[in-house]
Design a protein around this ligand. Structure first.
Ligand SMILES: Cc1cc2nc3c(=O)[nH]c(=O)nc-3n(C[C@H](O)[C@H](O)[C@H](O)COP(=O)(O)OP(=O)(O)OC[C@H]3O[C@@H](n4cnc5c(N)ncnc54)[C@H](O)[C@@H]3O)c2cc1C
Ligand SMILES: *[C@@H]1O[C@H](CO)[C@@H](O)[C@H](O)[C@H]1NC(C)=O
Ligand SMILES: *[C@@H]1O[C@H](CO)[C@@H](O)[C@H](O)[C@H]1NC(C)=O
Ligand SMILES: *[C@@H]1O[C@H](CO)[C@@H](O)[C@H](O)[C@H]1NC(C)=O
Ligand SMILES: *[C@@H]1O[C@H](CO)[C@@H](O)[C@H](O)[C@H]1NC(C)=O
Ligand SMILES: *[C@@H]1O[C@H](CO)[C@@H](O)[C@H](O)[C@H]1NC(C)=O
Ligand SMILES: *[C@@H]1O[C@H](CO)[C@@H](O)[C@H](O)[C@H]1NC(C)=O
Ligand SMILES: *[C@@H]1O[C@H](CO)[C@@H](O)[C@H](O)[C@H]1NC(C)=O
Length: 617
């Protein structure tokens, strides 16, 4: 059981050249609440969404905002700031484990989340890109009126500044983009790494030789084909542009913006059904205090912990809360349901004649690593500009581009029983909303991307299944916020998810036989070397797949209440007043690829919606 936590941590540790010195060390602004006062808004959770909303609300100096964040401020360690030195483990939420996964032999898995001011943006791999337009349009179809791709595009642009690569480098590396869809003056700094490995050309040419087309710009609503990975990295300094940096540090002079770190929000305080503040406690002492919000309480604790706070506050399935002695404030069976994430499958190859340097060289060759680090420190293009152990390219495709077997996979999927897949005796509203989601996925499966494939030009190939039919859940296990909730991913409870992952795996095998890649002499070493029997391969895949790519979402969904929804299209929680949710838990259905660009954009939109209803300029 613990095998997988060690496996996953080893992955992250091997993903990083460790170093201790905080090259970018700066003074941490520890403006803190000294005594309980009144704020206009209290934001629970200082991750991507929480800090983005707090940043926008405090642009008006008359509006006071308190953000309460469970984790500390990072210390600008190299492992956080320098992409190639990637080592975020100190700011992971540890130990946070899933429940035993029924379809995976009862194994429990690490639940990767950030616990730090800036949340996931401080610990993530910095990939920064949007999904297919149709995936956002599905949100609107599921009840999130006003959240289509067209509605979100202005917010994607508002959230970021894209610094284009050097023109000659871009031409030589086949990097293309559509300037009209990119942000030009937003807070998140986005760029392409100015360094590349020669093997990228093998990957690019191998992919195109088997009919995988380049995407002109994955940020234009068509994120399919092979494309270059944009990163949330400041092009000038080649350092991480986290929400802590781009949504807080830049506002160090705003006296109306406070952050209380190392503090847990334990519940929302209600007067009747009106949210009037929050109860909180230091994570190292148990003294509970309260602070009040004049205008609104805003939840942004992430998709694992926002439903926990809701349930502890009496918002969730009333019957289940009663067993903990929690009085119901709003009976919403959808709270904590609908958990989604992406599956990850690592495929390993030995290359008998790979080219040097490659995506494994920083780890395997100390001379090269030292030389690259010196270049980085001198501000020259360097392998340290790429997140540790990652490459520059990814492929994302719809199901029929991964396999010729798509129609039989779809036909089989139509016969599965939704109630069995969801488990835990789902409320009829939750079942109803899930039914709508299934038909959208089935309609779209050969049109929108369902998975990805990335080779780092060295030992790492990562496969992603990004359009899951399975659904998990988050349920409190005690009445204390300091105890972990029960996190059930529900991994491959619908076996269609395994079929899709298998299809991507087989496509990768085909890709490795393309002449441009075959020339490097790839020999599969895991997970199924030498095997060709479909069922045997699937069993091997099940043993090593990971239920999470740290892309948890959708546990307080923006859908109709009759569909198991929790918030309305203006982010307001059903059945109560002055309580809203702004993080990835509000998504009705998961998007493809990295979620962070979509979290930033959604929070930008939520900030506008909140300002509008309070008449804030
Ligand atoms: C290791 C890792 C790698 C990733 N890589 C990528 C990537 O390369 N590209 C990409 O697009 N996405 C990536 N992601 C995902 C991305 O970072 C998340 O989707 C995103 O951060 C979610 O934003 P959020 O605002 O919903 O929640 P978060 O950013 O997780 O913020 C939630 C915050 O709430 C705090 N909190 C929780 N409970 C409480 C409480 N009771 N009281 C107070 N505070 C609380 C948490 O500590 C956290 O800081 C990665 C995530 C991880 C963990
Ligand atoms: C802030 O309040 C002052 C005093 O009421 C007012 O003059 C000013 O216009 C307000 N500023 C904004 C941006 O709302
Ligand atoms: C770019 O594309 C051309 C063909 O269009 C190919 O010859 C070249 O190798 C590619 N380079 C990279 C780095 O992908
Ligand atoms: C997917 O396959 C279709 C049909 O062969 C093709 O037209 C399309 O270009 C492919 N998509 C990508 C992104 O390669
Ligand atoms: C406990 O933590 C709270 C919140 O951080 C703080 O205000 C309070 O002073 C702490 N109490 C003690 C006894 O340390
Ligand atoms: C892969 O390479 C390693 C190290 O060179 C070697 O020990 C191992 O036997 C190789 N495996 C295969 C399947 O070639
Ligand atoms: C095609 O899909 C069906 C249904 O999921 C499955 O039973 C079959 O084994 C698959 N065949 C191949 C070659 O992938
Ligand atoms: C849930 O609570 C029970 C009883 O207190 C405890 O034994 C168990 O370890 C808890 N589960 C998790 C995942 O924390």
């Amino acid at each position: 059981m613990l095998k997988s936590i060690i496996l996953e941590l080893t992955w992250v540790i091997s993903a990083s050249a460790r170093s201790q010195l905080g090259r970018h060390a700066g003074i941490i602004d520890a403006r803190q609440l000294s005594e309980a006062t009144n704020y206009d808004f209290i934001v629970a959770g200082g991750g991507i969404a929480g800090l983005t909303v707090a940043d926008r609300l405090t642009e008006n100096p008359n509006i006071t905002v308190l953000v309460i964040e469970y984790g500390p401020f990072d210390q600008r360690e190299d492992g956080i700031m320098i992409p190639g030195a990637y080592f975020p483990v100190p700011y992971f939420w540890l130990p946070l484990m899933s429940t035993p996964q029924a379809a995976l032999g009862g194994t429990s898995y690490l639940v990767p989340c950030g616990r730090v001011v800036g949340g996931g943006s401080v610990v993530n791999a910095m990939f920064f890109h949007r999904s297919d337009a149709a995936l956002y349009d599905a949100w609107e179809e599921l009840g999130a009126t006003g959240w289509s791709w067209k509605n979100l595009l202005p917010y994607f642009k508002k959230s970021a500044t894209f610094t284009p690569p050097d023109a000659e480098y871009a031409k030589e590396r086949n990097i293309t983009w559509d300037a009209s869809v990119r942000g030009i003056d937003g807070p998140v700094q986005a760029s392409y790494a100015p360094y590349d490995y020669p093997g990228s050309a093998n990957f690019y040419n191998g992919a195109t030789s088997i009919g995988i087309h380049p995407a002109e710009d994955p940020d234009n609503g068509n994120a399919k084909g092979i494309f270059r990975l944009q990163r949330s990295v400041d092009a000038k300094t080649q350092t991480r542009s986290s929400a802590r940096v781009n949504r807080y540090d830049r506002n160090a002079a705003r006296p109306n913006y406070h952050i209380l770190s190392n503090t847990a929000v334990s519940r929302v305080v209600f007067e009747g059904t009106t949210a009037v503040g929050v109860e909180y406690l230091g994570t190292s002492n148990g003294t509970k205090q309260t602070v009040s919000a004049r205008k609104e309480v805003i939840l942004a604790a992430g998709s694992v912990h926002t439903p926990q706070i809701l349930q502890l506050s009496g918002i969730g399935e009333a019957g289940a809360l009663k067993t903990f002695g929690i009085e119901s404030v709003s009976d919403l069976p959808g709270v904590g349901r609908n958990l989604q994430d992406h599956l990850v499958l690592k495929v390993n190859y030995n290359y008998t004649s790979n080219v040097f340097p490659n995506g494994g060289s920083l780890q395997s060759n100390t001379l090269y690593a030292a030389e690259q680090r010196a270049l980085y420190d001198a501000g020259e293009p360097s392998a340290y500009d790429l997140t540790g152990t990652t490459g520059n390219l990814i492929i994302q495709l719809p199901l029929s581009n991964w396999t010729s077997n798509s129609s039989s996979i779809v036909a089989q999927a139509k016969h599965f029983d939704s109630a069995v897949i969801l488990g835990n005796n789902p409320d009829s509203s939750v079942l109803h909303g899930y039914g709508k989601q299934r038909s959208i996925i089935l309609d779209d499966i050969d049109i929108s991307a369902v998975g990805g494939l990335s080779w780092n030009t060295g030992p790492e190939t990562s496969l992603y299944m990004t359009r899951p039919f399975s659904r998990g859940s988050i349920r409190i296990n005690s009445t204390s916020i300091l105890d972990a909730p029960l996190i059930d991913y529900g991994t491959i409870m619908d076996p269609t998810d395994l079929e899709m992952l298998y299809a991507i795996y087989m496509k990768n095998r085909e890709l490795m036989t393309a002449p441009d890649l075959a020339v490097l002499g790839p020999i599969e070493t895991a997970p199924a070397p030498g095997l060709s029997d479909e069922n045997e391969i699937k069993e091997k895949i099940k043993k090593v797949l990971m239920p999470s790519n740290a892309h948890q979402c959708c546990t307080a969904a923006m859908m109709q209440k009759e569909d198991g929804g929790v918030v309305d299209p203006e982010n307001r929680v059903y059945g109560v007043e002055r309580l809203s949710i702004v993080d990835a838990s509000t998504w009705p259905i998961i998007v493809g690829g990295g979620p962070q660009a979509s979290v930033y954009a959604g929070a930008e939109k939520a900030a506008d919606v909140i300002k509008a209803r309070h008449g804030i300029l």
